[in-house]
Each structure stands twice: as structure tokens, then as C-alpha cells.
Design a binder for this molecule. Structure first.
Ligand code: ZN
Length: 150
């Protein structure tokens, strides 16, 4: 995956490992890809520089708005707990996705959204390990009022 020549201010394709160009997940299952990568690192097949290469924007997002995960230490350095950073992609959102600051913003997006996908990226603020952790659709719960006719 070649990094794009210009990176957006907040997020961009190429920033998220495991996410293909255009903000779509690659064909490879990223949980499997993650395990293979960690495995490769532990067996000495993958250099630390190649796995601990989080984009500065991603580190900044992790530091400022990341969601610390208690009890899940970094698989590479095992020094600190991982942090989750959320990005959303969908209609009326920036092409390169948007970094979501908190649950309130996420709820707002979920309420208005039709077809929004959220990507959760795990980041280590110590060694800069990063990988796509999971993705899920944001379903709009508030947009459909339950109306009953009698
Ligand atoms: Zn680490």
C-alpha cells in the first residue's frame, strides 16, 4: 500500500493500517492481518520500524481524543495500554473520513447517518504501533420515530 502524496489535516487513507485507498477496508481480514503482523514481529520477520509507524496525526488523535483501553497492553512494546481512535466514513462526510472526538459526536452521527461506517484503530502512544481493530456500521436509531396508527 503506497502512502498518498498529500495527507489531510485530520485523517487520510494510508494513515490507518489495514484500510485500503478511499477509506475502504482491504480484502484481507484485518484481525487476521493484525495477528500475522504481530506474529511476524515476534518471530523477527518484521522490523519494529515497519509496525510502529503511526502517522503523526494518528498519534495526535490518540493523545487528544483517544479512548484508553484498560488491560490491553500494546502487543509490540507491552509497556502501555492501547488507545482506540475512531474514524467515520460515509455520505456528507469528508472523503478521507473524520476523526470522532467523543460519544456525543458519535451519537449525533449515528442519529443522522444513513450509511456511515466507523473504523476503530488501535494505537500505542509509546512505540507508535497502529492497526485497524474493527469496523462497524453506524445505524440510525433516532431517525425513525415509532408511529402507530389506530
Ligand atoms: Zn507499544
Amino acid at each position: 500500500m503506497a502512502p498518498p502524496s498529500s495527507l489531510g489535516a485530520v485523517s487520510a487513507p494510508g494513515v490507518i493500517r489495514g484500510l485500503g485507498p478511499g477509506g475502504r477496508p482491504g480484502l484481507v481480514d484485518y484481525r487476521l492481518a493484525r495477528r500475522n503482523l504481530i506474529d511476524g514481529f515476534r518471530k523477527g520477520r518484521v522490523a519494529r520500524n515497519d509496525v510502529c509507524d503511526a502517522h503523526p496525526e494518528l498519534i495526535r488523535a490518540a493523545t487528544n481524543i483517544g479512548d484508553p483501553i484498560d488491560g490491553e497492553p500494546c502487543p509490540i512494546c507491552e509497556e502501555v495500554d492501547l488507545v482506540h481512535v475512531r474514524y467515520v466514513f460515509g455520505p456528507r462526510l469528508p472523503k478521507h473520513g473524520r476523526c470522532v472526538a467523543d460519544q456525543a459526536e458519535m451519537a449525533k452521527l449515528a442519529a443522522r447517518a444513513g450509511d456511515v461506517t466507523c473504523y476503530v484503530v488501535e494505537v500505542c502512544r509509546s512505540c507508535h504501533w497502529n492497526h485497524l481493530a474493527r469496523s462497524h456500521e453506524l445505524t440510525s436509531v433516532a431517525s425513525k420515530p415509532t408511529r402507530r396508527r389506530r
